[in-house]
Design a protein. Sequence first.
Length: 405
Amino acid sequence: MHEKTDVLISGASIAGPALAYWLRRAGHRVTIVERAPVLRPGGQTVDLRGAGRTVVERMGLLDAVRAVQVHERGLVYVDRDGRHLAEVPAEAFGGEGIVAEIEVLRGDLAEVLHTATRDDVEYLFRDRIVSLTQDADGVDVELASGTRRRFGLVVGADGLHSGVRGLAFGPEDEFVHPLGLAMAFFTVPDHGGLDDWFGMHHVPGGVVALRPDRVPGQAKAMVATHTAEPLHRLPRERQLAVLRAALADAGWLGPQVLDDMAASRDFYVESIGQVRMTSWARGRVALLGDAAFCPSPLTGLGTSLALVGGYVLAGELAAAGGDHVRAFEGYEQRMRAYVDQAQELPPGGTDGFAPRTRARIALSRASMRWMTRWPVRPLVARIFARADAIDLPDYPLGAGAAVRA
């Protein structure tokens, strides 16, 4: 199949538009379907690091991303009185540490990618795929709106709870592996005291964190706790009750954050998990980003995987002359080792992120203080180097594509 083809992508966040950008450069016709009525604005801060940053450079979009980046001085652990107990500045580890040199709100990065693709990619908002039927030559697709269309390829870039994965590969429980941690994200008033730091406060088994926002007077909040309950599936009242109970003893700005939580208009909860699959393609349907290989927010590499995966998938299609079977095989071979490394949780896993005892909290603070010092620093640097642990070829992605770093 050397001819250009029609490609349908489900998901308009990061992975989907990144793939669409490169597919259009290679001459394919691309449609993106997104169940939300518009691009989701704001969201939490994500890292642009390693190979993910290289891909954005090759897209020629690094200046646009820098124009909307959030200024963060680094990560700081604070006690209940707001005193700094351990700090890791953003410039540590060459700007590739816990807080990267380039931090950007997820919605702002999505907007940059949308702006770069909207003129020659068809976007269908407020819709989703409800049926897929494959044959040797294409995929018949039915959307929730009742629209029926045929595409050469379909790509699910629709997140941890991917609808495309469910339709083409099977039930979510076969692929999503819960980590027993729930995290809630929402916007709150800036109560002061952040001073451009990403502040994190621990109580046994729970975390309250605040990050700067680009909007004056606002901050981005995150709260987390260990729970076996699938909070993302439960009513909001139960979600709030579980989080309040877990963080009832929080100091610092915790009480204000919990008060603001119920009233926040962008509050959402995720039951943190990883997606593990033996194959990311079935016939003419492939998966990308969190739908295929979600590493969880604990690794900080979800954005890099989405951007790199989009570049590699489009590049392998171009290198294979449009032969999707050979392209999907190349995509998996090129990405597998990178994904495996990216899915390795930081030391301690979820217990390291949200220590369950005060003794473990004290140990975590001590680890943070030693992180930038010898002999611990070289060991930690190797963990952060995972973001760059892939060789990105110069794919034949069309005239004008900035495919060289």
